[in-house]
Design a protein around this ligand. Structure first.
Ligand code: ADP
Ligand code: MG
Length: 348
């Protein structure tokens, strides 16, 4: 059994439909009208212990709703969730002992008391043994630089400080799983990097499973091996980050450095529509190609037939471009084999 198992998960919210103003409110009192919002539609997901999963999608896709159901905060309309073998909603207390959660938009710290006291309260609530508490406090203080604000109340913290304090609070009881819902939203780069390295360390050293939603592609590339994309409540992609790039990044650019110039290099690729080498001086070529039309090795082979190639490298598009295509619904999931391949040996 996987650590997290979600099957056929649905969440429908009933939203009140009200016309604006007092008359709208009165009408609603007399004859209430509702509209159903199907936020999560039949999601299946399995996550193994120690995985780091990025859960991404456009605003309103259903990410937070999924995570809230996995945390036991929201009850599913239908479907099943098992986290560490238990139902997170029905067995909320047991579930809470095994998970940590950070919601970027709100804090679990007490607003009016010093952060250190909040952490001490959490120690008692989660019954963290003093030895573990002290060890974690020491490590977290160092990794997250908590010293500067442990004595301040949560309401006085900057966003970056608050997020660091919240991370410490979520991981104080050494949960096996941590859910992070937009933990880097609105943070400056240095705080982001600190938070990322903290999360990475928890994942690597303690084997904590990480499920992260973010709009920051740096977070995804830096932290996650697996990418799950949700759009309008439906999971439209689930795979390794590397697989996404291999499967969907069509456009690549190969840069070649030549020992001697090639007159009219375009003639080498006349048979491939849209493929036009760009010359940067007589000895440098940049060829942008669709790798489902022609392989890199075929391009190199054709160039080598005319001139000595001193060096070459291939630029791949970043995950950003791929995810943008997913969001815009432009991703072509029917991938043809390259029509022009040199002996089938693809260069990746
Ligand atoms: N408590 C709620 N009541 C009614 N509709 C909700 C509620 N929470 C979320 N929704 C709706 O469900 C959809 C998914 O929301 P959410 O899970 O927050 O998306 P995301 O986190 O991916 O941005 C949105 O259309 C949102 O308006
Ligand atoms: Mg959200």
């Amino acid at each position: 059994m996987s650590q997290i198992e979600v099957s056929g998960l649905n969440k429908v919210f009933r939203q009140a439909v009200k016309e604006p103003g007092l008359s709208g409110a009165l009408k609603h009192l007399i004859r209430p009208q509702y509209a159903d919002k199907h936020a999560v539609k039949g999601i299946d997901l399995k996550i193994e212990e120690g995985e780091s999963v990025a859960y991404v999608g456009p605003n309103g896709a259903g990410k937070s709703t999924t995570i809230k159901m996995m945390c036991g905060v929201l009850v599913p309309t239908s479907g099943q969730i098992r986290v560490n073998g238990i139902d997170p909603y029905r067995q909320r207390m047991e579930n809470a002992a095994g998970i940590g959660a950070v919601f970027g938009q709100r804090t679990q710290l007490w607003w009016d008391i010093p952060v250190l006291e909040s952490l001490n309260l959490l120690k008692d609530i989660y019954e963290v043994p003093s030895g573990d508490f002290n060890r974690n406090m020491k490590a977290f203080t160092e990794l997250l630089e908590l010293d500067e604000f442990l004595h301040l109340s949560a309401r006085k913290l900057s966003l970056g400080q608050r997020m660091r304090a919240d991370l410490a609070a979520a991981l104080l009881h050494d949960p096996r799983i941590v859910y992070l819902d937009e933990p880097t939203i609105g943070l400056d780069v240095s705080v982001k990097l600190r938070i990322r390295s903290f999360i990475k360390q928890m994942n690597r050293e303690k084997g904590t499973t990480v499920m992260l939603t973010t709009h920051d592609l740096g977070d995804i590339e830096d932290l996650c091996e697996r990418l799950v994309i949700i759009d309008r409540g439906v999971i439209i992609f689930d795979g390794r980050l590397k697989e996404v790039k291999d499967a969907f990044a069509r456009e690549r650019t190969i840069h070649l450095e030549l020992a001697s110039p090639i007159p009219d290099p375009g003639r080498l690729f006349r048979d491939i529509p849209g493929l036009a080498p760009e010359e940067d001086g007589p000895l440098r070529l940049a060829i942008c190609f669709d790798r489902f039309r022609i392989t890199a090795s075929e391009i190199v082979k054709r160039v080598i037939a005319c001139a000595e190639v001193i060096d070459f490298h291939i630029d791949e598009p970043g995950i950003e471009q791929i995810i943008r295509q997913v969001y815009e619904g432009k991703l072509d999931l029917n991938l043809p084999e390259p029509a022009y391949a040199a002996g089938g040996d693809r260069l990746k």
